[in-house]
Ligand binder design. Sequence first.
Ligand code: FMN
Length: 401
Amino acid sequence: MRIALGVSGGIAAYKAAELLRLLQDRGLEIQVVMTRAAQEFVTPLTFAALSGRRVITGMFENPGEALPGESAIEHIAVAQGAEAVVIAPATADVLARLAHGIADDFLTTLALATRAPVIVAPSMNVNMWEHPATQANMAVLRERGVQVVEPGAGYLACGMTGSGRMAEVLEIAESVFRALHLRDDFENETLLVTAGPTHEPLDPVRYLGNRSSGKMGFAFAQAGLRRRGRVLLVSGPTHLEAPSGINVARVETAGQMAEAVLEWLPQATVVIMTAAVADFQATSVVGHKIKKQDGTLTLQLRPTRDILSEVRSQRRPGQCVVGFAAETDHVLENAAAKLHSKSLDLIVANDVTQEGAGFAVDTNIATILFPDGRREALPQMTKLQLADRVLDAVAELRKCS
Ligand SMILES: Cc1cc2nc3c(=O)[nH]c(=O)nc-3n(C[C@H](O)[C@H](O)[C@H](O)COP(=O)(O)O)c2cc1C
């Protein structure tokens, strides 16, 4: 799910780069769509570099492949995938085309094809803004439910003074957050999240690892940001990109993860341990590549550091600690035992053998276990939705504590 950020050809186009950052800082993924005129003001490269995604600059440029569940027709795919479409700056021309249902470029076609809320931030010369044609178009758009972030008055780039100056980017960003019903309930919280697997080296080229992708932990980072939390993410080796606006420590081994977690622990108010930390490491790491040989090879392993136990012994009163139990059998019993033995506030149990749950997939099926014996069995949902449900449970606990 992402936000489509439409940039049209006004002098304020450069401000869309700042808006992009503000949206990213709340954990939102942004797909930028530029009109042809917009590209006269700012290059697509700027937005591609900031968003980490290809910028859509035309209707017929990418007759591409579809992602699973998405349309192969790109404007339909973006329209389906967008949680909101925000157009900033919105030129007089784009507003006119929107008002009349004209779909002659990617942005206006997308705006017609989407069911997501559309937010526009008009920006233009005062005479253009006050022109009856523009005002009539605005009336039509407002009537149709398009959300308008009203332009302010002041000195305009054209040298005139008056109305038509694009609203402050912060105000536009807040309108997007409101449209998405993003909550602020983690505003005073610092979330320390662990994610991914750990790799325990055997020799210079090999390691012991597991199939964790890191997606669950990264989903927590995103969910925390969306709820205005401060996020500290300690991630094992993954291919995932961290959302901007969070602090990330990338580590390899369980030992390194333990160090990073303990360093950040004093700052955290909520600790969420989703990483699939290796349980064992080699007793000694061979300094050269182990050669293939006939017969069997025996590896000697010893337990890795128990990060949860170390967190337990160093946690401050008032810190909320959430564990994850990825199990293949006796899922709830094992999770309940871990909840008590590690003195956790919550544990999220999931059976990684179930289809649609566990490692590498985008969904999960989990049960939240509370220390008082309550259990909340959740249906299959995206990892981001699950992260939100777990944060709801954390928020509930913090209200009572
Ligand atoms: C230097 C310059 C600045 C412009 N600034 C604006 C502006 O702020 N707002 C606006 O509505 N049009 C502005 N225009 C006119 C638009 O670029 C023009 O109407 C264009 O067709 C808009 O295309 P688009 O709506 O597809 O992006 C400007 C044109 C130039 C040459």
